[in-house]
Design a binder for this molecule. Structure first.
Ligand code: CTP
Length: 409
């Protein structure tokens, strides 16, 4: 029986690409969050980062070959005892070797003996990522259940930019932790599905320096976008203001400020979308007047701020929905004398007319600005299900499971 207090065991395979230096950041984040990490670099990886760095950061010895410590049969033991094998960066060569079952060093042997989830995070030049050989290898690996993450677009080595940049280390660690908690969390069941997610909080300006805003961090919307991309979806993320978050690799990000900008972006992105998720905290009101210059203080009391209602974007999207489009809303509720959280949420689901309502209880230390989330998923057909406290990526996985069921129903 496994010991529940045992630290999760991660094998961090490091491929020989310039992004190998980012594996150090992934390693640091994993060890700091209580994971026991064993680094298995390829020979080529050690030309980019020295073994001493991996040993110091992991607290474990580092070998590349099956011939070190032969009596311990490391090529079998390391893979068998892992809870997750994570490869950062997965080069075109490593993907090819893994797809074809080659085993010429400790990492490729480990990939063959591992029976735990395997997450490979590619990094290479765009031409290599798009080459039919790589496409076939990625398809083979995914077909076998390996999670091959989508790379990001952006600056590559040298002067090049394009798709093939390693996903952000924070994002890689988030996906790794999701798979450790829930090994089947990233199936390719949203392949080709066009999804629009809104995230963050809108800001309604009073003057050039002040605004009315809210405490939304954007983390839940970003977790939704990130996990949808990795399940195969084509994702547009309409992002209002958030705390500092890494952009989900593979998603198209549209930045907005005010509720009206968010509304325009959502209506545009909704055309042709299969699924729309309104996770953004949209301000219900905006200052009626926006001062052109900074409002100066005077000796008199300031004038009251007149407010104007903002459009209800979710309700508008529901009214304009195309056939078969699945629409998901969020509800942040505190409960009051008129009803508890769920009673308010049931009424909101009816009022908004969406297919699924994600309900969070909010209040001090709940839902906003925190890492974990709990709540309920309410469906238009009356089904209700509680979502246990877990990371926002766990919550996102539950939401996508429910959306997949709706798409098929
Ligand atoms: N929403 C929206 N446009 C608004 C306000 C909210 O699209 N102007 C969306 C949110 O993105 C969320 C859902 O509506 O998906 C519910 O938001 P919430 O603030 O809980 O609901 P309200 O309709 O504002 O209801 P109330 O504040 O009365 O609880």
């Amino acid at each position: 029986m496994t010991d529940p207090d045992r630290r999760p065991r991660v094998v961090l395979g490091v491929g020989g690409g310039i992004a190998a230096y980012k594996a150090c950041e992934v390693l640091r984040r994993l060890t700091e969050s209580g994971h026991d990490v064993r680094v298995v670099p390829t020979e080529a990886a050690l030309r980019f980062v020295g073994a001493a760095t991996f040993e110091a950061l992991s607290g474990n010895p580092v070998h590349t070959e099956v011939f070190a410590d032969v009596s311990e049969v490391p090529h079998v033991r390391i893979g068998r005892s892992a809870d997750l094998v994570l490869v950062v960066p997965a080069t075109a060569d490593l993907l090819a070797k893994a797809a074809h079952g080659l085993a010429d060093d400790l990492l490729t042997n480990t990939l063959l003996t591992a029976r735990c989830p395997v997450l490979m995070t590619p990094a290479m030049h765009t031409e290599m990522w798009e080459h039919p050989a790589t496409r076939d290898n990625v398809a083979t690996l995914r077909h076998r259940g390996v999670v091959v993450a989508e790379p990001a677009s952006g600056r590559l080595t040298g002067v090049d930019t394009g798709k093939g940049r390693l996903a952000d280390p924070a994002e890689i660690v988030d996906l790794a932790r999701l798979l450790l908690g829930r090994p089947g969390a990233l199936p390719r069941d949203l392949e080709g599905v066009r999804i629009v997610v809104s995230a963050g909080g809108t800001r309604e300006p009073l003057d050039p320096v002040r605004y009315l805003g809210n405490r939304s961090s954007g983390k839940q919307g970003y977790a939704l976008a990130r996990t949808a991309v990795q399940r195969g979806a084509l994702v547009t993320l309409v992002s209002a203001h958030t705390v500092a978050l890494s952009e989900p690799a593979g998603a198209e990000v549209v930045r907005v400020g005010t509720a009206e900008e968010l509304r325009d972006a959502m209506h545009k992105a909704a055309v042709g979308a299969d699924v729309i998720v309104m996770a953004a905290a949209v301000a219900d009101f905006r200052p009626t007047d926006r001062a052109e210059y900074k409002i100066k203080k005077t000796d008199r009391d300031p004038a009251p701020v007149a407010l104007t209602r903002n459009p209800d974007v979710l309700a508008e999207l529901v009214r304009k929905r195309s056939a078969g489009q699945v629409i998901v809303g969020f509800a942040a509720e505190t409960g009051d004398s008129a009803g508890d959280v769920l009673e308010h949420a049931r009424a909101k689901l009816k009022r908004k007319g969406c297919d699924l309502l994600v309900v969070n209880a909010v209040g001090e230390g709940m839902a906003f600005e925190v890492e974990d989330n709990a709540g309920w998923l309410l469906s238009a057909d009356g089904a209700e299900r509680a979502v246990a406290l877990g990371s926002k990526s766990h919550m996102a996985s539950d939401i996508w499971d429910a959306v997949v069921a709706l798409i098929h129903s």
